[in-house]
Design a protein around this ligand. Sequence first.
Ligand SMILES: [Zn+2]
Ligand SMILES: [Zn+2]
Length: 106
Amino acid sequence: MAFGKDGICSICKRMPVSRWCDYVINYDTSTLFLRDYKEFVSANSGNNYSTCDLPMCEKCASNVGKDRDLCPHHISLYRVVQLPDVYQRKRQSEEKGRIYRFDATK
Ligand SMILES: [Zn+2]
Ligand SMILES: [Zn+2]
């Protein structure tokens, strides 16, 4: 039986489904090459990505924000890698690296 609105939680297999995992697992190919953080944010605000969508009950889902729930597998990933922060940190370090290189040539 396919998981649907009246399905059973795929984690505990006892409670009715009320949430779906919102973890983004795949982006549309047209948004794979993002030039800057602004593009990254706009790409994430659209519907051009697919999410895990694992059906879960309220108990098994981990809420990580407004209308955002993650399955047990993805909440563990989420805690290690929070995507926007990682991108932001990467950008900042690249920025610093550029400044450093400019200074070094003087
Ligand atoms: Zn459950
Ligand atoms: Zn998931």
